[in-house]
Every structure is written in C-alpha cells, then in structure tokens.
Design a protein around this ligand. Structure first.
Ligand code: DGL
Length: 269
C-alpha cells in the first residue's frame, strides 16, 4: 500500500519552508501541501487566543487539500495551539516542540539547555516544560529574540548588525554555560553561522525542523502512510496574501526553487 496524499504543513508565513526543506531531505518522495498565513504573519508577537483561532483556520485550509497528516512548522503555533489542531484534524498531527525537546535532551551532556524563540513561544514555556518532562535534571534557560525574524526576512543573515544583536540576545545564555541551544523558531536555522560565531562553535545547535522531519517519518511508518513512489514529489504552496513576496523570499528558506504558489481560497481579496 502506498499513500500518495500530501503531507500538510502550515506556518504563520514563509519560515515554515525551513521545515519543508528538512522534510524533503528526510522524505524525498512525499508530496507536500504547504500553507503560509502571509496575510497575518507574524504570530510570534500575538496573544495565545489569537494564535489559537488562526491555527484552527490554517488547519481547515490544509484539510481541504486531503492531507494525510499535518505538520505544524510554526513554533509559536506548536507552543500554544497543538491541542487545537489535534482536536480539529482527523489525521495525525506533529508539532515542532516535542521533537526539538527530545533532540536537545539527548544532545546535552551538561544538562544545560538554552531555548530561543519568539516572544509567544518563550512566554508559553512549552520547550522548557517538554524538556522537564523528558528529563527533570535538565535545566533550561530561555530567551525571546524578536528581532531575528525581520532580520532573516530582510536577508541580513550574515550582516554585522545581526552579529551585534545576536551577541546582545545570547550573552545571558553564554553566562549560564549552556552546551545545547534549541533554535525554537522557523527562521533561526538561517542564523546558524551568526549564532555559532557568538558561541565560538562551543554549543550544539538543535534545529527543531530537522528533528521534526525524523518524527514525521516515524509517524508515516506507524500509520502506514508512506508514499512508496519514487517519482519527483509535488510541492504545492498556498498563501493568504498575494504570492509575489513569498515566491521571492521563499527560495532562501527552502534552499531550492519553489513551484507554483497560489492564493488560498477564502483569502482572495
Ligand atoms: N513561524 C514563527 C515561529 O516559528 C516565526 C514567525 C512569526 O512570528 O510568525 O514561531
């Protein structure tokens, strides 16, 4: 049996393409239906209630495309609205928090883990709670880094200004002598170089997108949902605002050319 239905992936906007990139590396033959809520991004500065309402609507967009499972690429949604998506979807759901937390717990020898993310993700304590449940001896040190998202979208991933801001944000975590840092936001994998240079390469960076891709592979196997085809997959993207900026900026996040990007039904002006 082979299930050719797409894996549904959604995010507040463009950043979730880093998770799609990790998925296409781990599962190169799976079709993907991606929804980016570009009209309402960012989610990271919004209240949990608003993010929960958006998450329900985003789930409905994907369900219309007959997805076989849903991946919540957005850390903010995974932190505050995993239960909303799970309740609504009739298919398996994977968020990024638990896979990221599991990888961090495995990686940290000193049991001192830093977590960075949007203001909402950090305020929710979702990573810290997940890590504590996995191993109560691990100490977590969290820090919101709200300026990182606009810097990455501006393409300033190697800019000197980003280095200065990164030092400012990460200094308190350095002082706590962490040995592992969870990149708890879709955009942060693009800042790996800057973050590594702040820590002089002394800290293990956990890319929650990569950890999630491995978790998705396990879920597909368990539920017998694998697409056994060896054909080139169909990666389709829908957005809630006009597609132009998504297409231009998206390729940096995805790491390759994007196919057709369309405006999602119900979001057309
Ligand atoms: N996708 C969001 C996250 O991973 C970052 C962008 C936003 O604030 O919406 O938390």
């Amino acid at each position: 049996m082979s299930d050719t239905r797409p894996i549904g992936v959604f995010d507040s906007g463009i950043g979730g393409l880093t998770v799609v990139r990790a998925l296409t590396i781990r599962l190169p033959h799976e079709n993907i239906a991606y929804f980016g809520d570009t009209a309402r991004v960012p989610y990271g500065s919004k209240s949990p209630q608003v993010v929960r309402d958006y998450a329900a609507q985003d789930t409905d967009v994907l369900l219309k495309h007959d997805v076989k499972m849903i991946v919540i690429a957005c850390n903010t949604v995974s932190a505050v609205a995993l239960d909303v998506v799970q309740k609504r979807a009739r298919v398996p759901v994977v968020g990024v928090i638990i896979p990221g937390a599991e990888t961090a717990v495995r990686a940290s020898k000193k049991k001192r883990v830093g977590v960075i993310g949007t203001a909402s993700t950090i305020a929710s304590n979702a990573y810290a709670n997940a890590i504590r449940q996995l191993d109560s001896a691990v100490q977590t040190f969290s820090r919101a880094c709200p300026l990182f998202v606009p810097l990455v979208e501006e393409g300033w991933t190697e800019h000197a200004a980003t280095g200065i801001i990164a030092k400012e944000y990460l200094f308190p975590l350095m002082q706590e002598k962490i040995d592992t840092l969870v990149l708890g936001c879709t955009h942060y994998p693009l800042l790996k170089n800057v973050i590594n240079s702040v820590f002089h390469n002394s800290v293990m960076l956990v890319d929650s997108g990569e950890a999630t891709a491995a978790a998705v592979a396990r879920v597909l196997e368990e539920h017998k949902l694998r697409n056994k085809s060896t054909l080139k997959p169909n990666i389709q993207c829908w957005v809630s605002d006009v597609p132009q900026k998504f297409t231009e900026v998206g390729e940096r996040f995805f790491g390759q050319k994007l196919g057709r990007v369309q405006r999602a039904a119900g979001f057309t002006a």
